[in-house]
Design a protein around this ligand. Structure first.
Ligand code: MOS
Length: 720
């Protein structure tokens, strides 16, 4: 799948293979759990078997007597930890409650102890000898019965929002008087990030007050600051190392309880300590996407202009942290309407802490909105592409700012053309092939452009290479490669003459790989540092600078530069756009759905590397197909323990489930946003995917399915 069509657009500047590809496929890339430290000991997490209550007693004596056991930590002897600011600015942990801080149990699988032994097997064995008695209370893990309250503000923004035109009076009246209406409820289940690399932490105290932490983190310097807070040390005493991350999707941005416990326990025993979270433990202890229930009401005129949108959402959080799945964030972004009401409710349940997961809010939000738009198109007997074109908005309707660069219409038009959408009969059950029903569906994509503060250091060396150093990270996105491409294009030397080193907190702040912002945040700093180093060398080109180094015997020219967002945020809203088109077949006799064609057209500003950017979209489409058809985490309603807990029970797509995915980029560099013109490309691809599939299911079968995932039982003939 290396073919990328660059010819369509001037947004694509190159197509380069991954810098880290060889290390990854040959097994020489070192992931956090793989670092070898002499004298290392092993921690095994002991987790709660009940979902709500208190620990009445905990007996660790048998475990402590086992051969090789060094120490057992519980809430009765927790290692010393300091309360972090946990305000995002200074530090951030995923769970506000610190591990082992009291005897309370908030969810099944919560960490209640850590056994440290000289081998992993001995630690695990001893962990099973610990006897815990609980005083249990009634548990709540059933979202349909939970107690919902209005969700608190998220990053300073209120979820509740209402605007209405003066003529209508209010949104409810506007909806009541609409010529055509769609009112429907859409649900999504609990979803797991399920990265290939499990969570793991190695903590090595080198002196009583300096420590090296090997842990995957999407934000290296925030992790450093947060551990500094937790350990009561200045940030310079914390060295965070993570050159490779095996997938994260939002669950590896901040320290989780196992990391905090690992760091503090290692300090107490003064031995290098490794704590790996098992796949099963990850279900409760390292985040998930909350299930959601979304009510959407659309009102439109007979000619297909939206007159009202009401979007009301329910999601759940844990008892130890507040996280709302922000589904309504996309509603003011997509389609123009004079009347709009948004509301999000949140319930506290006995579940592990939900968190950011690839397109948090946008992914489930677009599932509901893009399904409802399809329903409206059928009601109006208008083509769904035309309905979207007719209701495009030129501005962000909550920020009241124009979009800096928007090529949504081009995504829809080009996607239609590539897919031959005009041949679609506007009738359900109209297409068949080999005895199966065929359906065509489409949906829009969107994701905001975010940008943060970053710095990078560049060194030119006498051997004719350049060395870029920044505390960024690459969780599979292609960050190594775009950093090299940026340096290569600024210094005008080949990509293979650029060495990139990231994932180390002693380097300048590379920013966060979250919100799809690393490329937009970091490449402007890399570009500036390259320009700066040429100035320092008083050379117009890197080649001239290399000559100077050789002649003078000097070791290097070096420069560091920083980049940050500025005034542009007051003038524009930055948003990326896209459209997905798909063909499916359904065999109603056995409920089998196959996806047979996929076309995605994306407008993300400039694309620095067509190859890895297209891979990002393909990966996101595959993850979206997983959410559409398979992915579903759920808990036993009687015990709160996960029924789905590993990569065998949590179903996700394999190669045979996925057709060729055609990806095309359109549009222009978005230089209003940053000097590189990039808006980022990680998350947008998943948005709209599930709706495109469900819309195709409706076209194929006439069944409107509003609850994900669309499993075979829902497709069987005579079962609706
Ligand atoms: Mo992403 S959910 O911002 O890692």
């Amino acid at each position: 799948m290396s073919q990328v069509d660059n010819s369509i657009s001037n947004s694509v500047s190159s197509s380069v293979s991954r810098k880290d590809g060889r290390a990854k496929v040959t097994g020489t890339a070192t992931y956090s759990a793989e670092f070898q430290i002499p004298g290392m000991v092993y921690g095994y997490l002991v987790t709660a078997t009940v979902a709500n209550g208190r620990i009445k007693s905990i007996d660790t004596s048998a475990a402590e007597r086992e051969r090789g056991v060094i120490k057992v930590f519980t809430h009765k002897n927790p290692p010393k930890v300091f309360k972090p600011a946990n305000d995002f600015m200074n530090s951030k942990i995923y769970e506000a409650r610190l591990p082992l801080s009291d005897d309370r149990i908030f969810y099944a699988g919560q960490i209640v102890g850590l056994v440290v032994a000289d081998t992993f097997e001995r630690a695990r064995d001893a962990a099973h000898l610990i006897k815990v008695e609980y005083e249990t209370q009634e548990l709540m893990v059933d979202a349909s019965k939970a107690n919902y309250r209005p969700a608190p503000p998220f990053f300073g923004e209120d979820f509740t929002y209402e605007k209405s035109s003066t003529t209508a009076g209010d949104v409810t009246k506007a909806l009541a008087s609409a010529a055509v209406k769609v009112e429907a409820t859409y649900t999504t289940p609990m979803e797991l990030h399920a990265p290939m690399e499990p969570h793991a932490t190695i903590v090595h105290w080198k002196t009583p007050d300096s420590v090296t932490i090997y842990e995957p983190t999407q934000w290296v310097l925030k992790s450093q600051k947060t551990y500094a807070d937790l350990l009561g040390l200045p940030a310079e005493r914390i060295h965070v190392i993570n050159p490779y991350i095996g997938g994260a999707f939002g669950c590896k941005a901040f320290p989780w309880p196992h990391g905090i416990l690992g760091a503090t326990a290692a300090r107490e025993i003064q031995r290098p300590l490794k704590v790996v979270v098992s796949r099963r433990q990850m279900t409760a202890n390292t985040g998930h996407r909350s299930e959601t229930e979304q009510s959407i009401r659309l009102g439109a005129s007979k000619d297909g202009k939206l007159t009202a949108i009401i979007h009301e959402v329910k999601s759940a959080t844990s008892g130890v942290e507040t996280f709302t799945e922000p589904c309504t964030s996309v509603t003011p972004v997509m389609y123009a309407t004079p009347n709009m009401r948004l509301k999000q409710d949140l319930a506290v349940m006995n579940v592990g802490t939900p968190t950011f997961m690839r397109a948090p809010g946008e992914a489930p939000g677009m599932w509901a909105l893009e399904s409802a738009m399809d329903e409206l198109a059928w009601e109006l007997k208008i083509d769904p592409v035309k309905l979207r074109l007719d209701n495009e908005t030129r501005e962000h309707q909550r920020k009241n700012l124009p979009y800096s660069a928007k090529n949504f219409a081009e995504c829809l038009r080009l996607g239609s053309e590539q897919f031959a959408w005009e041949k679609r009969p506007m009738q359900t059950r109209a297409l068949t092939r080999d005895g199966k029903l065929v359906g065509w569906g489409m949906a829009a994509s969107t994701f905001p452009g975010y940008r943060g503060n970053t710095s990078a250091k560049v060194r030119l060396l006498p051997d004719g290479t350049a060395h870029v150093m920044t505390a960024a990270n690459d969780m599979g996105t292609g960050a190594y490669t775009v950093i090299a491409i940026t340096a290569s294009e600024t210094l005008k030397i080949p990509v293979d003459k650029i060495r990139v080193e990231i994932g180390d907190s002693t380097m300048p702040d590379g920013g966060m790989a979250g919100g799809s912002q690393m490329t937009a945040s970091l490449t402007p700093a890399v570009k500036l540092a390259c320009e700066e180093v040429l100035k320092k060398a008083e050379s117009p080109t890197a080649e001239k600078a290399f000559d100077k180094l050789k002649q003078s015997g000097r070791a290097a020219f070096e420069a560091t530069a920083s980049s940050a967002p500025g005034e542009e945020k007051k003038k524009f809203a930055f948003q990326s756009w896209g459209a997905h088109f798909c063909e499916i077949t359904v065999d109603e006799e056995i409920g089998r759905l196959q996806i047979t064609r996929w076309v995605s057209v994306m407008n993300v500003g400039r694309v620095l590397n067509a190859k890895t950017a297209a891979s990002q979209i393909r990966g996101a489409v595959i993850m979206g197909i997983g959410s559409a058809l398979m992915e579903e985490g759920y808990l036993d309603l009687n015990t709160g323990n996960p029924v789905v807990y590993d990569l065998a029970t949590y179903h996700f797509p394999a190669h045979a489930d996925i057709p060729r995915i055609e990806v095309t980029f359109v549009g222009e560099p978005d230089t209003n946003f940053n000097p590189m013109g990039v808006r980022g490309v990680g998350e947008i691809g998943i948005t709209g995917v599930a709706a495109a599939v469900a819309n195709a299911v409706y076209h194929a079968t006439g069944k409107r399915l509003r609850d994900l995932p669309i499993t075979p039982d829902k497709l069987l003939v005579n079962n609706s």
